[in-house]
Design a protein around this ligand. Sequence first.
Ligand code: ADP
Length: 485
Amino acid sequence: MKILIATPEAVPFAKTGGLADVTGALLGEYNRRKEEACLIMPLYKGVREKFRLKNTGLKIKVPVSNNNVTGRIFSSGPQADKAAAYFLECNEFFDRDELYGTPLGDYPDNASRFVFFSRGILEACKALEFKPDVIHCNDWQAGLLPMYLKTLYRRDRFFSGTASVITIHNLGYQGLFPPSAMPLTGFDPVWFNPEGIEFYGKISFLKAGLIFADFITTVSNNYAREILGREHGFGLDGVLRKRASALAGIVNGIDYNEWNPQSDSLIQKKYSIKNIEGKIKCKLQLLKDCSMKPDIKRPVAGMVGRLSGQKGVDLVLEALEEIISTGSNIIILGKGDEIFHKKLSDAAEKYKGRVYVKIGFEESLAHKIYAGADMFLMPSGYEPCGLGQLIAMRYGTIPVARKTGGLADTVMDYEPLTGNGTGFLFSDYTPSALSGCLKRALCVYVDEIRWQKLILNAMKTDFSWGNSAKKYIGLYNRVIEVKRQ
Ligand code: ADP
């Protein structure tokens, strides 16, 4: 089966969040399974600087409005253990420091950038003479592609056997643009209506994918249910309900080679489920790195993530005093909205020695927090799947998380009577529910034997990609079969 993963980001090349982990890991998994899979993404400035890519010598011309924009195709080259990744180069659109925008806002030409990307992928398939059986599109940035396949490329024989699947990694990001962006797409203006790709007076790139893809997936079963309702549907729940028979949840995994306390070269001391002593060294080093006293008994709660409203940063800020009063230290690594940068930095200043905040995207500090913290905070307002809690569990760091989306599917709330469970969950989106949940965790933390068992429970969970990749392949096969009937 020929699989093409269309994604705006992928590990190890470019990453702003979990989407990159998922697409990068899936490519690796398909390759291990000897599927004929490759990935295509934009050639950002950072990718060019960090990776030695090969120019395939192939050029594409992509209509964006009335212009034919030229792009070139680069490849990561055939590596021994990796399937090929392809990159669409167009310096006018992608030679920038960030992927989608700065903390002050999105790049104003994102519509043109991702029209070029979505349509450019189809042109690149032709240039590469790669006829995919399925194109697996990810998020709004690749959302127009299924619509191109079913409209402007409908009679194109090259794609007569190509099916499309779209995965929603986060329904909160829809790629909304003013109607003036419609001519950029090349679509017939009749599609600008509520039954088409209009979304309350704007164009929605994601909606195009949801209407036209042969199948829709999202990244956990619970989130697949939640987005059919008003509360989590972001206004697209009606569209999704119409397509409910072609919607399923497939839970994310994490790359167990990349995230492995037994072989992680970024942490102070390696450890494993058989001997977790190294975790204490990791904690000591983390405390030192964060200018905190080497008080090994004092609980440390870590947090790594995008600093956006979705992630419950406001809850943490509001609960901060209460959390500190429990004796816990807090270490936060994140990047996102300017307002949270400021508020968190102020809090770190105010509670020096107890609260440490690092604004930025730092792979190495992230690993150190996952290994060195005792608990991992994920008080998300909503969470399609969440990778942080999966990584934390792999490192024996206990999630304290809100019972929503994939967090509810992947973290099992601790039961004091049996000692079963892998973390602590709370339901209400309130600072007191968060601090209450943390206090529940601390009641167990003070009991060393119970806590050690809890750590082992968490480390024993299996969220490697094997099962989920199998499910995607099963799904591709079904979609391709339907297409061929
Ligand atoms: P998202 O909604 O951002 O996709 P996930 O929990 O699914 O959230 O995935 C987040 C991924 O990005 C995890 O691998 C996490 O470790 C990583 N990450 C997020 N923010 C940072 C940061 N500031 N520095 C390093 N890694 C980060």
